[in-house]
Ligand binder design. Structure first.
Ligand code: SAH
Length: 284
């Protein structure tokens, strides 16, 4: 008899629990199922995103078949995540691929267990080292803008933090590179993402203001921290036709969208106000 399809990929419960114990995090059993589903989606999405290039595959459509069983914990259930996505949509985010990716990624698994119950409210939350996981609405908004009219093959994120946005990006781009300047957060993101077995994310510990020349050029660059201006080096690492989205400013910040329109020309527009942690040079 043929194995049912959904049984092909998941890890056994014990292997996931062991993995979690290894990284020293205390998670509830419901999270384990979500994690397993995320593992499947990570694999499926990267494979499917690749086929999208040639066959016009829609990730949003395919991901609807995912089975996420978090019924044991109503605070972190799929229904709560759906409600979060519905609120983001109400605030104006229309891109179904982005909304679907955010419906799928278990945000609570990127937070300390004490904050899990707040994981799906529309707020930034502390992740340690004076940094925050970005507000869901702004993640959706920035990804929607990044994706608009651009096929995201290779994407660079500056400011990995806990790894949440990188996980969402992994479902909408072929290859994701993400840089974090705080070693402890780089390690946290590694530990958060490892059990999800997402094959298309490369985490890098370093100063994101320098970008990643070895992997450039990128179709999209997204900054999760605000500088007084966008580092010129990053602009040079965009493909012609590529887009960069970044918070810019000090006390008052705006989201800036920059498109590279030729080798030597970039076009910039201000999208809306925002509030991010600061972009700092160097590593710690
Ligand atoms: N992407 C995260 C948000 C993290 S907050 C999410 O999914 O929610 C922003 C992060 O940017 C912080 O972790 C901070 O340490 C990092 N950061 C600030 N300046 C940086 C730089 N020059 N290079 C890389 N990371 C930087």
């Amino acid at each position: 008899m043929t194995e049912p399809k959904e049984k092909r990929f998941p890890l056994t419960l014990s292997s996931v629990v062991e993995r979690k114990e290894n990284v020293g995090r205390n998670r509830i059993a419901a999270s384990v199922s979500t994690q397993t589903a995320m593992q499947n989606l990570g694999r499926d999405a990267s494979a499917q995103a690749r086929s999208h290039q040639v066959s016009g595959w829609s990730p949003a459509k395919e991901q609807k078949t995912a089975i996420i069983n978090t019924s044991q914990s109503p605070l972190v259930s799929e229904a709560v995540r759906r409600a979060m996505v519905a609120r983001i949509a109400q605030q104006g985010v229309k891109d179904q691929v982005v909304l679907e990716a955010m419906r799928v990624v278990p945000r609570h698994l990127f937070l300390d267990s004490g904050l899990e119950s707040q994981a799906y409210i529309d707020a930034s939350l502390p992740i340690g080292h004076h940094q925050t996981i970005s507000q869901p609405y702004i993640v959706g908004r920035m990804l929607e803008i990044l994706r608009n009219q651009v096929k995201l093959d290779k994407v660079l994120e500056i400011g990995t933090g806990c790894g949440y946005q990188a996980a969402v990006l992994s479902l909408i781009a072929n290859e994701v590179y993400s840089i974090e300047r705080i070693k402890a957060l780089h390690d946290l993101a590694k530990n958060n993402l490892r059990p999800m077995r997402i094959g298309n994310i490369r985490l890098h510990y370093g100063d994101g203001m320098l970008g990643m020349p070895q992997a450039a050029p990128f179709d999209g660059i997204i900054l999760a921290a605000a500088g007084m201006e966008v580092p010129h080096t990053l602009l040079t690492q965009l493909k012609v036709g590529g887009r960069l989205i970044a918070p810019v400013g000090g006390r008052h910040q705006v989201l800036q969208l920059i498109e590279r329109i030729s080798d030597a020309d970039w076009k910039s527009v201000v999208v809306e106000s925002c509030h991010f942690v600061p972009l700092h040079p160097g590593i710690v």
